[in-house]
Design a protein around this ligand. Structure first.
Ligand code: AP5
Ligand code: MG
Ligand code: ZN
Length: 215
């Protein structure tokens, strides 16, 4: 089963995708994570993406669709994909249809995380991740059980994203409103959109998503 998690920056796409991975053995395909890895590695894609991401603008459709195709080919047989942060434009939505069709896969569900934009800056500006395993945390909303120690892998190293500052977050939100929100009708017409209250606490959002994918 392949699903899209759709929502503005800070909506909780990554947080919920990590939980689906743990519970269902699905694979999280986050174009943001793939691009950050490319930037870190200094690959040609990374060199092209770095400044664009730091401004909070969108990287080209061709680059991200190519990344998604490669990652899908690495999935185990029968393993479901969670698209996190992709597609983000009408052109990417079209590419995804072709990418899935070429591999005999079908999109089961688009889950929109509905959130109040005012809360997102606080969420994003408090966010950090484990530098070793990537598990996400938040200064206020999701702290490690033992302070300074990752729950999942025990590492003591954490990091913050360079695009997680208020100015860049505002640009990212503008990009979402202008280019990403308008793709929802494509999926609404197919009857596969479900909405979840992304302002509920993290466990309740997970429960709502579980209810949708079990239907
Ligand atoms: P990307 O990495 O996808 O960033 P984003 O869409 O801006 O989304 P975030 O990762 O910021 O938010 P999230 O929804 O995952 O929230 P999270 O779960 O972490 O993209 C980054 C950049 O890469 C883009 O700006 C663009 O340049 C480029 N890019 C990526 N994909 C692209 C594409 N397809 N096309 C073109 N360019 C692309 O949660 C946030 C925080 O809130 C966490 O700390 C979490 O603990 C906390 N939290 C989560 N849920 C809750 C809750 N219910 N209550 C309280 N706190 C919560
Ligand atoms: Mg994310
Ligand atoms: Zn860790």
């Amino acid at each position: 089963m392949d699903i899209i998690l759709l929502g503005p920056p800070g909506a909780g796409k990554g947080t919920q995708a990590q939980r689906l991975v743990e519970r269902h053995g699905m694979r999280q395909l986050s174009t943001g994570d793939m691009l950050r890895a490319a930037v870190k590695a200094g690959s040609p894609v990374g060199l092209q993406a770095k400044a664009v991401m730091e401004r909070g603008e969108l990287v080209s459709d061709e680059i991200v669709s190519a990344l998604i195709g490669e990652e899908l080919d690495a999935l185990a047989t029968g393993q479901g994909a969670i698209f996190d942060g992709y597609p983000r434009t009408a052109a990417q939505a079209k590419s995804l249809d072709a990418i899935l069709a070429a591999r005999g896969r079908t999109l089961a569900q688009v889950i929109e995380l509905e959130v109040d934009e005012d809360a997102l800056v606080a969420r994003i500006c408090g966010r950090y991740t484990c530098a070793n395993c990537g598990k996400g945390y938040h200064d206020t909303f999701e702290q490690p059980k033992v302070p300074g120690t990752c729950d999942k892998c025990g590492s003591h190293e954490f990091k913050r994203r360079p695009d997680d500052n208020e100015d860049t977050v505002r640009t990212r939100m503008g990009e979402y409103r202008a280019k990403t929100a308008p793709i929802l009708p494509i999926y609404e017409a197919r009857g596969i959109v479900a909405r979840v209250d992304g302002m509920a606490d993290i466990d309740n959002v997970t429960a709502a998503i579980e209810g949708i994918i079990k239907r």
